[in-house]
Design a protein around this ligand. Structure first.
Ligand code: NAD
Ligand code: UGA
Length: 464
């Protein structure tokens, strides 16, 4: 089949994979090739066990793969034939050097941009899909411009992604908005229209918003900062609720009924996780500092500090409740992913919790429906290490909530998986040491029922 347009996406991760799979499913006449330098990841995309769990994704990949959707490690070939190139590589927080702990590491963006500059033999529209600090497109443009030739030139667009994991396919198929930033030049505006016409196949025109480049880049950081700020705000209020006897769910519901506030993103929790909220806010903090705006930097940094406080507060309340010691006690952790409906564990609050409990010498039994044991081992022993010996001695990964609850002193819910709402808690109670404590870090459990069974219940943001 001959295609009207060819798209290359550099980076076959949580964004590149789902985003371009949906483009392929909506545009049969467009050839979409997703490339990555990670051979294992590409092999997985080409297998029956795709590397990302996301409701609805597998169906789309299986339907389009080999027709107009391809996964490859041949980055150069895909660049060569593409009209539009999405750069969807990772932009983690820098671990060392200037800006360490705050600034985004743009090495992957730069490497991908240099590859495009080196390989391209015709005009390309290069689209910044990764989340980046404001004015990154300018650096990319400089690299690309320096490599322009008579017949090879580049336009650069910013098209940040707003999907949330667990609902990525729904978000991509029916987005609140698609944002496309461009240079305000004739060529820039033409490129913007070319990309807009791809999305216009399924997104209503009024939801395709076009702006300047820098506004688009900043909007992405701002959106994540505002969302995370709401969670830190309700979590700050949850501490007041616990101290006063107010109920954070009631407070959140009543506040959310005000149409100016709205109900979403006001669910108190053990703290937000995920690969982006913390990273993007720290990025914004760094940007503010670089712009000599220390008050602005402090303001946003407080959102992250509040999140750290919430995790610490919850972990400490577990130890306090279990009579001030959890040494050699058995603790069941329900949920390890950073939210439900994903197997992603990046920055999951569960990692911080388990590490905290291991330092107190507790034995941990973990169950998560989608996170494999190998990922838990990696999260707990490779990054910011727990000793492997300690892990082997203290951590048991279980294949069901019931096995995880065998002989434990406390059950702690850290991810809001639906199945945790309807477990047979009488059965769980029967397996536990008494008194049987249950901690709800997600406000999903039927507390009144649990109390009747005999559990001691402790819920975030509930004073009773
Ligand atoms: P990811 O780590 O899952 O995927 C990035 C992929 O890029 C990796 O597979 C890596 O091997 C590949 N890569 C890196 N350098 C490369 C190169 N030079 N050539 C080819 N491949 C290369 O990351 P992600 O979660 O998909 O995030 C990507 C970007 O999107 C980040 O900037 C992130 O902030 C942003 N974002 C993420 C989400 C999300 O839900 N995960 C949502 C919106 C935006
Ligand atoms: C978030 C944003 O919602 C997306 O718009 C954005 O594209 C993405 O970050 C990104 O840039 O990576 P994501 O992190 O996948 O998406 O998931 P969210 O639903 O935002 O949840 C983030 C964390 O906040 C989770 O740990 C979740 O449990 C927690 N959360 C969320 C709460 O504690 N309370 C809430 O009310 C909502």
């Amino acid at each position: 089949m001959s295609f009207t347009t060819k798209i290359c996406c550099i980076g076959a991760g949580y964004v590149g994979g789902p985003t371009c799979a949906v483009i392929a499913s909506k545009c049969a006449d467009i050839k979409v090739t997703i490339v990555d330098i990670n051979q294992a990841r590409i092999d997985a995309w080409n297998s029956k066990d795709i590397p990302i769990y996301e409701p609805g994704l597998e169906e789309i990949v299986f339907a389009q793969r080999g027709k107009n959707l391809f996964f490859s490690t041949d980055v150069d070939a895909a660049i060569l034939e593409a009209d539009l190139i999405f750069v969807s590589v990772n932009t983690p927080t820098k671990k060392t050097g200037m800006g360490a702990g705050f600034a985004a590491d743009l090495a992957y963006i730069e490497a991908a941009t240099r590859r495009i500059a080196l390989v391209a033999k015709s005009h390309k529209i290069v689209i910044e899909k990764s989340t980046v600090p404001c004015r990154t497109a300018e650096s990319m443009r400089k690299i690309l411009d320096a490599n322009s030739r008579a017949d090879v030139n580049f336009d650069i667009l910013s098209n940040p992604e707003f999907l949330a994991e667990g609902t990525a396919i729904k978000d991509l198929q029916n987005p609140d908005r698609v944002l496309i930033g461009s240079m305000q030049t004739e060529a820039g505006l033409k490129a913007q229209q070319a990309l807009a016409s791809v999305y216009a196949r399924w997104v209503p025109k009024e939801r395709i918003v076009t702006t300047r480049l820098w506004s688009s880049e900043l909007t992405k950081l701002a959106s994540n900062a505002l969302l995370a700020q709401r969670i830190s705000s309700i979590n700050a209020l949850s501490a007041i609720c616990e101290a006063t006897g107010a109920d954070v769910d009631e407070v959140s519901y009543a506040c959310g009924l005000d149409s100016r506030i709205g109900p979403k993103f006001l669910k108190a929790s053990v703290g937000f996780g995920g690969s982006c909220f913390q990273k993007d806010i720290l990025n914004l903090v760094y940007l503010s500092q670089s712009l000599h705006l220390p008050e602005v930097a402090d303001y946003w940094n407080q959102v992250v500090l509040m999140n750290e406080y919430q995790k610490r507060r919850f972990a400490e309340s577990v130890v306090r409740t279990l009579f001030n010691t959890i040494t050699n006690k058995n603790i069941c952790i329900l949920g390890f992913a950073f939210k439900k409906d994903t197997g992603d564990t990046r920055e999951s609050a569960a990692i911080a919790m388990v590490k905290y409990f291991l330092k107190e010498n507790a034995n941990i039994r973990i169950y998560d429906p989608k996170v494999p044991a190998s990922q838990m081992l990696y999260d707990l022993t490779v990054e910011d290490k727990v000793d492997v010996e300690q892990y082997n001695k203290r951590v048991t990964v279980c294949d069901s909530a019931y096995t995880a609850a065998d002989g434990v002193d406390a059950v702690i819910v850290l991810t809001e998986w639906d199945e945790f709402k309807t477990l047979d808690y009488k059965r769980i109670y029967g397996k536990m040491n008494k008194p049987a404590f249950i901690f709800d870090g997600r406000l999903i459990l039927p507390t009144a029922e649990l109390k009747k069974i005999g559990f001691q219940t402790i819920t975030i943001g509930k004073g009773d």
